[in-house]
Design a protein around this ligand. Structure first.
Ligand code: ATP
Length: 950
């Protein structure tokens, strides 16, 4: 035994022993706790008394035991434990305070072990008998008081005698082997297990075990146990079936009565007894070694396998069990060294931490039984004339009825929309017969038109009204679209629109953030204000600079770009308006500065120095003053330059830059430029030392004015930013509209082409639909298109005449993609959005990832029963790894088999919670092409753009 009691006891004073709350049934599901260690001292036995042996140990209190030093020469160190039981303590008390809560953990599914450890004749068997008896009583009492659960108790028992494992309930089995089970740990092969029918039966069985155990006489004990005995009770419990639960708890409760450590000199053994003694000592030595290593924190090798005892008890030593060790000691002076060893062992043991879990099982049988019962109950309910069931069904029916009505209304709406679209289509077809090129005005006029409102779209006062805009509407737009031979122009515009939208969003958010901070920290009239204002101004400057970046407009060959695009391009107006508003901010600040100068009265001049110290806005001490005074001149200078650049690059008439240049001219007039003399004069006045010394201000008044003006500016700026955000939202909407139009244009073109072919008699739509759908399915397969996209498209487009456009577009896009792949040989840009063109292998990889995502959803979206049915149907082997993935890998793999396709789509829809409903309209396919799992890889918008070769 290593470690002196002094060192170990000092290292772990009792106050530092951390213990979790005891866990009788219903405690936490996983717990980490130290082994519960108690010490029981028996009375002097008759032999010891006869030899006038002395009591060498003193129980100071119920936690502390100390060696009684007879000559009092040196102080002795006390040992502390969870409990110390004096010789007068009853075994029942030992059980109650040292083992009960651990033992009863087994009733709530937590493994538990109770050991008795000590030298020979110290009282282990005496104690364990009493503890086992008390535990059995409590267990049966608990069972009796818990009628809602069904309990099954099973018992097995073994002894390890001379390192041989013997079944104590079936001794004739001979030596048993230990096996390693990956789940259960070490198990004893062929160990007999009996079901305990009741308490008496269990006691009888335990009696048999004890009778079977190897006992021999030694000098110290007439009936010395010569083996380690383990009695194992397995407690299984489940809620009674009527409760509807199917989970059970299962746990083992081990009662371990170890053989006692002994000294050959003291036990006077020889021959067989000596051999037993050496085996006992060896296995106890391994136990002590395991405990010692575990007490050091489970690091390094733990020699569980060095003895059968530690192998069998492995889970109770630092594993999944709650453990209590009762160390029994003799009080006699003649055994003091043995007792010291026992106490050292106990001291190590109290540092060992176990991690006990609740062992829960769901038996398939119980589950099936439960489900059968549930089915029977539901069937009964359906048959029963029970009013509550009927009323429930009635309300369900009413709900469905409402849904049907709603759907009918929606269908009516859709029909109307379809008719409208049809009319538009007819119109477009007619329009398309107008000779192309009649509007060809060359690249520059293209830009001009792009950036201006045509005269006829202006109202009487020359301003474009929303009503008028609405009236121009879709037809005019489509007319322009159709007249434009190249949809790439449109898409180019969409691209720019996206960039602009992003930029506006960023700017608006940044400005809002700054303003927010400004409000939060606003303390006008001090240094902080100056800094804040300076920051706002610099933000505004950035905003203007960013917004005024000249457009990169791609000149097109045709002049007649749609009017809608023109409107969208009018973002320049917004920028000009931004300029104006910002200019107002600057002007207000200008005014403040002039007011500031005007307020300089002779009397103020008399007290500049006193004010200077406390008021940062005096001209002399504000480091930020330059920002504020320069503000009217500097922040807009960059935007002005940008605006000039913008204007230079645009045609002179009907240019949206006009409003900007108006404002620019006005700005020139009202606001001094950075290099203006007036501005310089302000600066020189502000910076002149003479001024600094001679002038003072009516501080309060200026502060108030400044505050009001600044707040006003902030308010108007905030309103502006809000408008800016609305604009962003509108742009977004318009962008989506444009996409639709591009697609329609594509579709219309193909329809017109078909129409232009004279001898081609059109097929009936349902036949055409079938043909196109088959082609599309094949192309999806060839191009490794997202399964989610396939599913949504397949389920949403069922052959309605209004599907024509969508089918046409999808087919054209896929055909183009397929050609593209063929051209590149190994490239598949479409699936990778805006990322550089990837290879076919990248597409396959993306698809593989999508399948993996879907596989992960199988368990959550499908019930166990549904899964098993589907696995069987889709021929997934009944056992094996990754069955979910095997299953998903079979979906969408046979483009020739329509039933396969239909079922694949239904399964994927279920996995992604997709259903054909109001919110999942066909438009969704057009605008949102993406898989829900990987937005980046499956970016639908970019997909469309890429397919259009832009
Ligand atoms: N607390 C106690 N009070 C009274 N008698 C006791 C107590 N503990 C043990 N004894 C008695 O001491 C004797 C030895 O006890 P026991 O057989 O339980 O020791 P043991 O530790 O199991 O010994 P071994 O390791 O040799 O089997 C028995 O006669 C027992 O009745």
């Amino acid at each position: 035994m290593t470690g002196t009691p002094v060192a170990v006891a000092a290292a772990t004073p009792r106050s530092k022993i951390q213990r979790n709350a005891s866990g009788t049934p219903g405690g936490p599901k996983v717990r980490e706790e130290k082994i519960r260690v108690t010490v029981r001292m028996r009375p002097l036995n008759t032999k010891e008394q006869a030899m006038y042996d002395l009591i060498a140990w003193d129980c100071l209190d119920e936690h502390t035991i100390v060696f009684k030093n007879p000559n009092q020469e040196r102080p002795t160190t006390p040992y502390t434990f969870d409990k110390v039981f004096a010789p007068t303590c009853s075994t029942h008390k030992v059980y109650e305070e040292g083992a009960k809560d651990v033992a009863l953990s087994a009733l709530s599914g937590i493994n538990a072990t109770i050991f008795a450890y000590g030298q020979t004749s110290s009282g282990k068997t005496f104690t364990m008998r009493g503890v086992t008896e008390s535990a059995i009583k409590d267990i049966y009492d608990y069972i009796k008081n818990t009628p809602e659960r069904d309990f099954i108790l099973r018992i097995s028992a073994l002894e390890i005698y001379n390192e041989t494992v013997i079944d104590l309930l079936k001794r004739e089995s001979g030596p048993l082997r230990l096996l390693d089970d990956p789940e259960k740990g070490t198990i004893v092969e062929k160990l007999n297990e009996e079901v305990a029918e009741d308490r008496q039966h269990l006691r009888r069985l335990i009696g048999i075990c004890e009778a079977q155990r190897q006992v021999g006489e030694t000098a110290l004990n007439d009936k010395s146990s010569r083996s380690h005995q383990i009695i194992r009770l397995t407690v299984e419990s489940s809620l009674r079936e009527s409760s509807g639960h199917v989970k059970s708890y299962i746990a083992s409760l081990n009662f371990v009565d170890l053989a006692g450590s002994e000294r050959i000199s003291q036990t006077n053994t020889c021959g067989a007894r000596m051999k037993e003694g050496s085996h006992i000592n060896r296995s106890l030595l391994t136990l002590a070694s395991v405990i010692r290593k575990l007490s050091g924190g489970k690091c390094g090798h733990i020699p569980y396998r060095d003895s059968k005892l530690t192998r069998i008890l492995q889970s109770s030593l630092g594993g999944n069990a709650r453990t209590a060790i009762i160390c029994t000691i003799s009080p006699s002076l003649s055994h003091v060294e043995q007792t010291r060893n026992t106490l050292a062992f106990a001291t190590s043991a109290k540092e060992v931490i176990n991690t006990a879990r609740v062992n829960m099982v769901v038996s398939n049988k119980t589950l099936v039984r439960q489900l059968q019962k549930e089915v029977a109950r539901l069937e009964g309910e359906l048959r029963s004339p029970d009013l509550s069931v009927n009323s429930c069904l009635r309300s369900l029916l009413a709900e469905k009825e409402l849904k049907i009505q709603q759907m009918e209304r929606d269908m009516e709406d859709l029909r109307r929309q379809r008719d409208l679209a049809q009319t538009q289509l007819d119109l477009e077809r007619r329009v398309n017969k107008v000779p192309k090129g009649s509007n060809d005005c060359g690249p520059s006029s293209q830009i001009v038109r792009c950036l201006s409102f045509p005269e006829e779209n202006k109202s009487a006062n020359g301003k474009r009204t929303p009503e008028r805009r609405e009236a121009v509407g879709r037809q005019a737009m489509l007319k322009n679209l159709l007249a434009s031979p190249d949809p790439s122009i449109l898409v180019g515009e969409i691209r720019k629109l996206e960039d602009r939208q992003l930029q506006l969003c960023e700017d608006a958010n940044r400005a809002l953030e700054v303003l927010h901070q400004d409000f939060a920290t606003h303390k006008l009239g001090n240094q902080e204000t100056a800094e804040t204002m300076s920051k706002v101004l610099s933000e505004i400057k950035d905003l203007v600079a960013a917004s005024s970046t000249p457009e990169e407009i791609v000149a097109a060959d045709k002049a007649d770009l749609m009017e809608k695009i023109t409107q969208l391009k009018n973002q320049g107006n917004t920028i000009a308006s931004l300029e104006r508003k910002l200019e107002n901010v600057q002007k207000s600040i200008d005014k403040l500065v002039s007011a500031f100068n005007a307020e300089e009265t002779p009397e103020n001049k008399t007290t500049p120095l006193r004010r200077k110290k406390i008021l940062p806005f005096t001209l002399s001490n504000s480091p930020n003053m330059q920002h504020i005074i320069r503000a009217p001149c500097s922040p807009l200078s960059s935007s002005r330059k940008a605006m000039e650049h913008d204007i230079e690059n645009r045609a002179p008439e009907n240019n949206i830059g006009i409003s900007g240049s108006d404002s620019f001219a006005k700005f020139h007039k009202d606001t001094p430029r950075k290099d203006d003399k007036s501005c310089d004069s302000i600066l020189s006045r502000a910076g002149s030392p003479a001024t600094r010394k001679s002038k003072s201000v009516n501080v309060m008044k200026i502060q108030k004015m400044f505050k009001n003006a600044a707040e006003e500016n902030i308010r108007s700026f905030r309103v502006y930013v809000t408008e800016l955000k609305e604009l962003v939202a509108k742009l977004h909407y318009q962008k989506q509209l444009l996409v639709c139009q591009v697609l329609e244009l594509e579709a219309n073109k193909s329809l017109n082409e078909e129409k232009d072919t004279p001898d081609r008699s059109p097929l009936p739509w349902h036949i055409l639909f079938d043909q196109q759908r088959k082609q599309i399915i094949m192309l999806w397969h060839l191009c490794h298109i997202s399964l989610v996209h396939r599913t949504q498209f397949f389920l949403l487009l069922g052959g309605d005449p209004s599907d024509q456009i969508y089918m046409e577009v999808e087919l054209r896009r896929l055909t183009r993609l397929e050609q593209h792949l063929a051209e590149l040989g190994n490239a598949s840009p479409a699936l990778l959005g805006d990322e550089p063109a990837g290879s076919v292998s990248a597409s396959i990889r993306a698809l593989k990832q999508e399948r993996e995502h879907l596989a992960r959803k199988v368990n959550t979206k499908l019930t166990a029963e549904e899964r098993e049915l589907l696995y069987a149907k889709w021929e997934v082997p009944p056992v094996g790894k990754q069955r979910r993935l095997q299953f998903v890998n079979k979906l969408w793999t046979d483009p020739y088999n329509m039933q396969h396709v239909q079922e694949s789509a239904e399964i994927v829809a279920k996995l992604i919670d997709f259903s054909v409903s109001d919110e999942n309209s066909k438009d969704m396919i057009e605008l949102n092409f993406s898989s829900p799992f990987n937005k980046k890889t499956w970016a639908g918008w970019n997909f469309i753009s890429n397919l259009l070769n832009l």
